[in-house]
Each structure stands twice: as structure tokens, then as C-alpha cells.
Design a protein around this ligand. Structure first.
Ligand SMILES: NC(=O)c1ccc[n+]([C@@H]2O[C@H](COP(=O)([O-])OP(=O)(O)OC[C@H]3O[C@@H](n4cnc5c(N)ncnc54)[C@H](OP(=O)(O)O)[C@@H]3O)[C@@H](O)[C@H]2O)c1
Length: 243
């Protein structure tokens, strides 16, 4: 058996990714808060794919639980995919530090706490892969979401350093930078259709890129070029823009 651990498994992107890996013959550990609510989904994946799917409780903000969370696996996972995230409310986070803290800790601190445990194990055994879902929002801070964007920028830098460190141990680290994706995170937004991916498209792109040991994946693909342009707008112009 070869298990993939999916963190934040109730996420729409994570669920589509779970189906994609099961379809390709992998067994799954699905870790999420309120994991009991994943039972029906897990059973459906098991029936369709004939793979083993186990659900496990995990709160990414409960840092102290992370070492024992990872030690519980009889068979340690072949690879891990982290989809945990919290967009939060930018306007609230400007006046309420608890909101800012939740955004930062969910997207960054908690992920670092858990991935550190996993990275150390993979480094020792000299195998495995780590896929972290960051965001194009981390490529440049914008007034509409810079608390979330700064947490994702930190995650992107963390994954880059981890990739560099683990390269010598044959452990591959991939950073995923989605643009817009139609999920429960963005359900209240009016997203431009051509620039918006469905979770299934993101899942297929993650699977393909991970199998090829890609380092950075923009999805949809055009976001690589959109962000190249946005990153290169001079600061004197960018600071007055509303994008
Ligand atoms: N949708 C987009 O346009 C977009 C764009 C760029 C990047 N992303 C990133 O893609 C990833 C997946 O997001 P999504 O779009 O699929 O949205 P989603 O369905 O809202 O997924 C986010 C997941 O994070 C989980 N989570 C939040 N706090 C947690 C905690 N304390 N402990 C454990 N899990 C926690 C949520 O759990 P619950 O289900 O229990 O709430 C949820 O399942 C995220 O990292 C997000 O930042 C999304």
C-alpha cells in the first residue's frame, strides 16, 4: 500500500485531489477538523476506487498535537499534500488582530508546525514528497487581501527553503499557486469565468506536476504570466492601483 496524507481534507480542492490520487491507485489518509463529517466522502472514494481511505482528526492551530498526530501512522505516508487555508476578512483583520492572527496562523504558522515534523521524517528516510498549496496572493501584496497574501508569501518562502534543504535527501517539495478557484472559499465572490479553475482541474494539474517533480505550479497556467506582469509593475504605479 502507498498512502498519501491530505491535510485540510474537507477543502474542495483537497477533495478533488483525493479523488485524483485514489483514481491513480493511492490509498489515502484524510486529515481535517471535524473529520467525522468526511466519512461519507471517504466511503464514496473507497467504493469508486477500491482504495483504502482513512479519516483522521487534525486542527492545524493545535500545534502541540502535531508530533503525536504524525506518529500515529502505522505506515508513514509516501507523500503529503497540504490544502489548509483561511482567507478571512481583510477589513476585519485591519482592526481586529484576532482575525489577522487566525489568517496568519492557519495559512502559515500551523502549516510550518506540522510540515516540520513530516519533513524531518522524510529527510531521515530519504524519500517522499511534500505539496503545499500557497496562492498567487503571496506573489505581491494588494490592499484587498494583504494579510492573507503575506501569510501565503511566507508559506511560499518556507516551501522554497524546504525544497532547497530536502533536495539532497531525494525529497521533492512542490509549491502550488492557484489563481481563482471556484470553492467554498470564494463562493461569495464574482469571479471572472476565464480565469477561474474548477477544483477538479486544479487536482489534475497537481497530480501531473507532482508526478513530474515540478517545483512550482501555477493553476490555471495563465496565472504564471499574469503574476509576472503584476510583479513587474513599478511600485510608484502599483501603489495607486486597485487590482
Ligand atoms: N479558492 C481559491 O480561489 C484559492 C486560490 C488560491 C489559493 N487557495 C488555497 O487553496 C487551499 C484550499 O482552499 P479551497 O479553495 O479548497 O477552500 P476551502 O474549501 O475553504 O478549504 C480550506 C480548508 O482549510 C481548512 N481549515 C481552515 N482552518 C483549519 C484548521 N484550523 N485546522 C484544519 N483545517 C482548517 C478548512 O476546514 P473546514 O472545511 O473545516 O472549514 C477547509 O477545508 C487553501 O490553502 C487556499 O488558501 C484557494
Amino acid at each position: 500500500m502507498s498512502y498519501i496524507l491530505i491535510i485540510g481534507a474537507r477543502s474542495d480542492i483537497a477533495k478533488a485531489t483525493a479523488r485524483e490520487y485514489a483514481k491513480h491507485g493511492y490509498d489515502l489518509y484524510l486529515a481535517a477538523r471535524n473529520a467525522n463529517e468526511l466519512e461519507e466522502f471517504a466511503n464514496d472514494v473507497m467504493v469508486r476506487s477500491q482504495r483504502v481511505v482513512k479519516t483522521i482528526e487534525l486542527d492545524i492551530l493545535n500545534y502541540d498535537s502535531h508530533p503525536s498526530f504524525y506518529e500515529q501512522f502505522e505506515e508513514s505516508p509516501l507523500g503529503v499534500i497540504c490544502a489548509v487555508g483561511y482567507l478571512g476578512e481583510q477589513s476585519k483583520s485591519q482592526t481586529d488582530f484576532n482575525e489577522a492572527k487566525q489568517i496568519i496562523n492557519t495559512n502559515y504558522t500551523g502549516v510550518v508546525s506540522l510540515l516540520n515534523n513530516i519533513a524531518n521524517d522524510f529527510e531521515k528516510r530519504k524519500s517522499g514528497f511534500i505539496v503545499g498549496i500557497s496562492s498567487v496572493a503571496g506573489d505581491r501584496g494588494r490592499k484587498s487581501n494583504y494579510i492573507y497574501g503575506s501569510a501565503k508569501a511566507a508559506l511560499t518562502a518556507y516551501l522554497s527553503g524546504l525544497r532547497n534543504r530536502l533536495y539532497a535527501s531525494q525529497v521533492h517539495v512542490m509549491t502550488v499557486k492557484p489563481g481563482f478557484v471556484a470553492t467554498k472559499m470564494t463562493k461569495d465572490m464574482d469571479l471572472p469565468e476565464k480565469l477561474t479553475a474548477q477544483p477538479r482541474e486544479v487536482a489534475e494539474a497537481i497530480y501531473k506536476a507532482q508526478q513530474k517533480n515540478k517545483s512550482i505550479l501555477y493553476t490555471k497556467w495563465m496565472w504564471r504570466w499574469i503574476m509576472l506582469i503584476i510583479r513587474n509593475i513599478p511600485e510608484w504605479k502599483f501603489k495607486g492601483m486597485s487590482i
